[in-house]
Ligand binder design. Structure first.
Ligand code: MGD
Ligand code: MGD
Ligand code: SF4
Ligand code: MO
Length: 906
């Protein structure tokens, strides 16, 4: 673990040493500048010249330096657990794949890849599979993320294109956020929108069953029933028609299919009908429809609340229908906008990572497209039909049709639905190859072959963000161990499988050049195969040009890439050039609520963690905000079930059960619950939300429903708790000695903190601690039993672990023992801990500036702060990425209400 990174502000003199690159995390694609500091760590700051963020970064971007550690990295290739050379590993992979193909056919192998690969990596793995192995059994975690938006775009526009740009958010008069928690998931875009709202009064509508932090800037929040977006948007289309707001000229010249779509939509011809399906207030629906009618400059941004649904594709088209009907597509401040999740989700869509597309926006089922691709790749083995989508792919492994799976840059044992079943399938698969940069993950547990990949700070290539901006990711640090670029690993295997010429790339720049050329094939004016995805102006890009390539938005067809918007002239990519209305029908999520499973479980992200925590889990700063896998439930449901704030609960569906920590809040409405996706077996005995989510998918896109699982939630009765700090992670075996009924691991400054809960009283806990001490040959020093059971172990006079066990009901009085590590087991602190006088420490609210709840409360009480702005002025809280301002607002409200009550009472 590294220390917290220094965040530098721009200063002219050191500018030349900063290297420009792109953030490792979300699809906003912020430009960063990074520099290795005197202590060998990476300093990171926002790139003021990058159009996506203009210098801003969020807490995750600011903490990038913390997560580029050499600890926990996969360092050497291995086969069946034995370290080996690259040569042996690559030969083994190539020979094994060829043998399986010879015996069982090319469809017996599969690749499962990721939107966290670079475009160059993605391009070669897709080329190897579809072009040379000759099967399209390559799919990506974008199936869980963007597949519905992709399918919706193709149906409406004839091509998978996001028409707008980020600037549109700033010039819109109305921004509608559907199923998007922008404040936490795309924080820099949220900041841009917030600033625009402050400057010009942009109206913001948030459509989300939960009251998220994004609602802080909402003029209107529509907490609709999960899965009822189609009813709302069909109602909107009907309303636009009723009020004569359809753009008839545009519809006549640039669209087809309105009649059917409108007939379907008119089933929600009245606001009452919409209210019936969505559970929303009549007046709120009316307000939303009126805002949409009044503001031509409307951007509708949609994300996983729309995509991750068994109606995901129809959801997307219900939104697109309303924009097409009003001609609001690709115009300044006036466009639909599907926002991408991963840093290179868009790049993967461009080069064809999904099983149902070829490459460069060329498609299966089109003889001309296939001919173009075969000719370009010089292959006679091109896959002739779509491959299996993620869930079907794992089914085919289970049934034995697929014998080998190569997983790259994704963690399916955690992130796929019904994940315990996925783990069983991986266990059964005869050959599992995993390329990753970390040494442990649930998926790596099942790998026969492990291949060490370079991590973010070591890789070089390109990524494309949500607004189609291609940016360079540049090498910043040397690679620990023998990690290699993903494109190199794949190319080496390709060569060894017998396709030497096709995969003989000297550098990643050569791959990019080939991709550029591919976007130009059959892409001249007048070609029937013409696509918007075209980088022809980059043809002949030299290696130097590639190295200095500035962020550029596609299409790149001439040197002036003026507005960068698409379909501005109503010029769509369908054969007749017209956009398609799609008739879509409202359907409830597939799993019905039953008396046994009467709560809906929604899942998604929290502010400071990234997916399965393999990287953000390493940063003490990012771990300070939410420390355990919580489940949000409404006070009404909590009382009904006898659940208290902070109590452990069992969450069960018909596929599995997990333990979470209840967070009782009005953010979710009665009958609903929300759990984050980040915790898994690597860091918690429970909290793995995918283990309770069944694998139901959208019939068109194949995207799983992640946000509407019927579950039961029941309180668990625990007696005692414990915490342990250590500089080293406990081994699985050591953890086992505790035999805890619940444990969770948190990275903290200087080491790790484990929290335990037990069904028994704390009197019976200490023997387990002795077993742990024995495993390290360590001596124990016991504290005063009056203050709970407290122990510190020493090995050669150096403290190893500090542990305390206490009755659960005394939990709030316990000191935060992470202080012991922060002070490097200072002997006075240890003494205070053992004797029961170590002070409690308050939780961090602002991760960027490391401001705690206590500090904020002091500002409010002693400093007389009255607003978020006052708090920020006094403490700097909220002045980093700003995504904690909603939380600060809640604290301000709470403390000010208390102050008022006290004043009244006094
Ligand atoms: N901090 C952080 N940021 C991230 C990521 C991360 O792991 N951590 N991951 C990145 C990735 S890959 C992605 S895909 C994006 C995802 O970004 P978002 O899509 O914004 O994030 P989620 O939290 O998955 O879901 C968004 C919202 O959908 C709502 N929702 C649930 N059901 C419905 C419904 O029926 N209708 C509507 N309208 N809304 C509904 C949920 O309550 C939730 O608030 O975030 C990216 N950014
Ligand atoms: N319940 C529920 N489940 C969900 C979602 C949800 O909202 N709810 N959201 C879904 C969505 S939108 C997404 S995108 C997925 C994300 O799910 P995953 O893709 O499984 O999550 P990550 O933790 O990002 O896994 C990436 C892995 O790749 C490794 N890695 C990082 N960089 C590289 C690299 O350059 N090369 C290689 N070879 N490896 C690398 C990381 O160490 C990590 O092990 O989760 C999905 N699952
Ligand atoms: S918004 Fe945050 S996580 Fe997303 S790219 Fe920008 S800095 Fe990275
Ligand atoms: Mo995603």
């Amino acid at each position: 673990m590294s220390e917290v990174t220094n965040i530098q502000t721009t200063s002219e003199k050191d500018k030349s040493e900063w290297i420009k690159s792109t953030c490792a995390y979300c699809g906003v694609g912020c430009g960063i500048e990074a520099k290795v500091n005197a202590s060998g760590k990476l300093d990171v700051r926002g790139d003021e010249s990058h159009p996506a963020n203009l210098g801003r970064l969020c807490s995750k971007g600011l903490s990038l330096g913390d997560t580029v550690t050499t600890e926990g990295r996969l360092l050497t290739p291995s086969i069946e657990g034995e370290a080996t050379t690259w040569n042996t590993a690559l030969d083994h992979v190539a020979t094994s794949l060829n043998d399986i193909i010879d015996e069982h056919g090319h469809d017996a192998v599969a690749f499962y890849v990721s939107g966290q690969l670079l475009t160059e990596d993605y391009y070669v793995v897709n080329k190897l599979m579809k072009g040379f192995i000759g099967s399209a059994n390559i799919d990506t975690n974008s199936r869980l993320c963007m597949a519905s938006a992709v399918a919706g775009h193709k149906r409406a526009f004839g091509e998978d294109c996001v028409p707008g740009t980020y600037e549109d958010l700033e010039i819109a008069d109305l921004v509608v956020l559907v199923g998007s928690n922008l404040a936490w998931c795309h924080p820099v875009l949220y900041q841009r929108l917030k600033a625009a709202k402050e400057a010009r009064g942009t109206k913001v509508v948030v459509i989300d069953p939960r009251r998220t932090s994004t609602c802080e800037i909402a003029d209107l929040h529509l907490p609709l029933t999960p899965g009822s977006d189609i009813a709302l948007f069909n109602g909107l289309l009907a309303d636009l028609a009723k009020h004569g707001q359809l753009n008839q000229g545009y519809i006549a010249n640039h669209t087809t299919g309105l009649d059917d779509a409108l007939t379907q939509a008119q089933r929600f011809n009245t606001v009452a009908a919409v209210a019936g399906a969505t559970g929303l207030k009549l007046s709120d629906i009316e307000t939303f429809y009126r805002l949409f009618r009044q503001h031509v400059r409307t951007v509708t941004m949609f994300s996983q609340g729309v995509n991750q649904s068994t109606s995901g594709t129809d959801n997307a088209n219900s939104i697109l229908n309303c924009h097409i009907a009003t001609g609001r597509v690709g115009l300044p401040g006036s466009t639909p906008f599907s926002i991408t999740g991963q840093p290179n989700a868009m790049g993967g869509r461009e080069v064809g990572g999904l099983a149902n597309t070829l490459a460069a926006h060329l498609e299966f089922g089109n003889a001309e497209h296939s001919a173009l691709v075969s000719d370009f790749w010089q292959t006679d083995r091109l896959a002739t039909q779509q491959g299996l989508k993620a869930i079907d792919m794992f089914d085919a492994i289970e049934s034995g049709k697929i014998k080998a799976l190569w997983v790259m840059a994704t963690n399916p044992a955690v992130s796929l639905p019904d994940s315990d079943r996925i783990a069983k399938i991986l266990k059964k698969c005869p050959l599992v190859i995993v390329s990753d940069c970390v040494s442990t993950s649930e998926t790596l547990d099942y790998a026969h072959v492990k291949l060490p990949a370079q991590g973010w700070s070591e890789k070089s290539g390109t990524v494309t963000n949500s607004e189609r901006m291609i940016s360079r990711q540049r090498r910043l640090l040397p690679t620990p161990g023998e990690g290699k670029p993903d494109w190199w690993i794949v190319s080496e295997v390709g060569k060894r499988m017998g396709f030497h010429q096709a995969f003989d790339y000297p550098t990643e720049a050569h791959i990019f050049q080939e991709y550029v050329a591919m976007t130009t094939i059959g892409n001249q004016d007048g070609d029937a195969t013409k696509r918007k995805l075209n980088l022809s102006a980059l043809k002949g890009l030299s290696i130097d040009d590639y190295n200095t390539f500035p962020p550029t938005r596609w299409p790149i067809v001439s040197n002036d890439n003026a507005s960068g918007r698409l379909f501005t002239q109503g010029d769509f990519s369908t054969p007749d050039g017209k956009a398609r209305f799609i008739a879509v029908e409202h359907k409830a999520p597939v799993s019905p609520i039953t008396p046994q499973y009467s709560m809906i479980l929604n899942s998604g992200r929290i502010r400071d963690q990234w997916h399965t925590m393999t990287r953000t889990g390493l940063s003490a700063a990012l771990n300070a905000h939410t420390i355990e896998p919580i489940i949000e439930i409404n006070p009404f449901d909590a009382t009904d079930r006898g659940i208290k704030e902070g109590q452990l609960v069992n969450v069960m569906s018909h596929v599995g059960e997990q333990v979470f920590k209840a967070h009782v809040t009005n953010r979710v409405i009665p009958g609903q619950s929300f759990a984050p996706i980040h915790w898994n077996k690597m860091n918690c005995s429970g909290g793995k939300v995918t283990a309770v989510i069944p694998a139901h998918t959208d019939p068109i896109s194949g995207q799983p429903e992640f946000k509407a699982t019927p579950v039961s939630i029941k309180p668990l009765m625990m007696q005692s708790a414990g915490s342990l700090v250590t500089k080293r992670r406990l081994t699985k075996q050591q953890l086992h000695t505790f035999d805890a009924d619940y444990w969770v691991l948190q990275a903290i400054e200087g080491g790790y903190l484990y929290r335990f809960q037990f069904k028994e009283t704390c009197r019976s806990v200490p023997p387990r601690f002795m077993t742990l001490a024995a495993s390290e040959n360590a001596a124990l020093i016991h504290g005063n039993a009056e203050h709970g059971r407290r122990v510190v172990t020493y090995q050669n006079k150096t403290p190893l672990f500090a542990f305390s066990a206490f009755p659960l009901k005394q939990e709030s009085e316990q000191p935060d023992i992470s202080q012991l590590l922060a002070s490097q087991f200072d002997s006075q602190d240890i003494h205070a801990f053992l004797s029961g006088s170590l002070a409690a420490r308050s939780p961090i609210v602002c991760a960027c500036k490391q401001v705690s709840l206590d500090t904020i409360e002091v500002a409010l009480i002693d400093g007389n702060a009255e607003s978020v702005q006052d708090v920020s002025n006094q403490t700097l809280a909220g002045t980093g990425c700003g995504s904690c301002t909603a939380e600060i607002g809640n604290i301000v409200d709470r403390v000010c209400a208390r102050k008022l009550a006290q004043r009244k009472a006094g």
